[in-house]
Design a protein around this ligand. Structure first.
Ligand code: 4NP
Length: 160
């Protein structure tokens, strides 16, 4: 029985990647695959280590039934590249920052979340930190779309 571990990565780990983590966890749980798929998130920056997700991200998520309140910011570390099968970046800057600290042997593990989307053809999940409530809604729309595609892709890798 194999398992797959995925880590969503943004800049601060207080807006986009915790949102993606919660969205993916719910989809994995509904698919009854919680014992097979490990989900986590991290930031490339260190400003928000130990902090709960941004209030605006929590509020937008809560309206859709996701609870982000127990998550805490953390920074990606060298050990994460061995530990996770996929490091899924929200935007190009996050992917570049990951590549810079990733051991060369693991670079194929770095992907962009929106590669897995099927309804929204945006390349990236735009940083909502300096935006408004509608930007946080869009983050969730994009995460819900892309996590469906990601789960579908992961199912093909799982020996159940
Ligand atoms: P995130 O959003 O990368 O989606 O968590 C941000 C959070 C904090 C900052 C930037 C983006 N910041 O500049 O502190």
């Amino acid at each position: 029985m194999n398992t797959i571990a995925v880590c969503f990565v943004c800049l601060g780990n207080i807006c986009r990647s915790p949102s993606a983590e919660a969205v993916m966890l719910r989809q994995v749980s509904r698919a009854k695959l919680a014992h097979k798929i490990v989900v986590d998130s991290a930031g490339t920056g260190n400003w928000h280590i130990g902090q709960p997700p941004d209030e605006r991200a929590q509020r937008a998520a809560r309206k859709r039934g996701y609870d982000l309140s127990l998550l805490r910011g953390r920074q990606i570390g060298a050990e994460d590249f061995a530990r996770f099968d996929l490091l899924i970046a929200m935007d190009d800057a996050n992917a570049v920052a990951l590549t810079e600290v990733c051991p060369p042997a693991y670079r194929d593990k770095i992907r962009l979340l929106m590669e897995f989307a099927t309804r929204d053809d945006s390349r990236v999940v735009v940083d909502p930190y300096f935006g408004g409530d509608e930007d946080f809604e869009r983050v969730l729309d994009q995460c819900e779309d892309a996590c469906e595609g990601l789960l579908k892709a992961l199912r093909t890798q799982l020996v159940v």
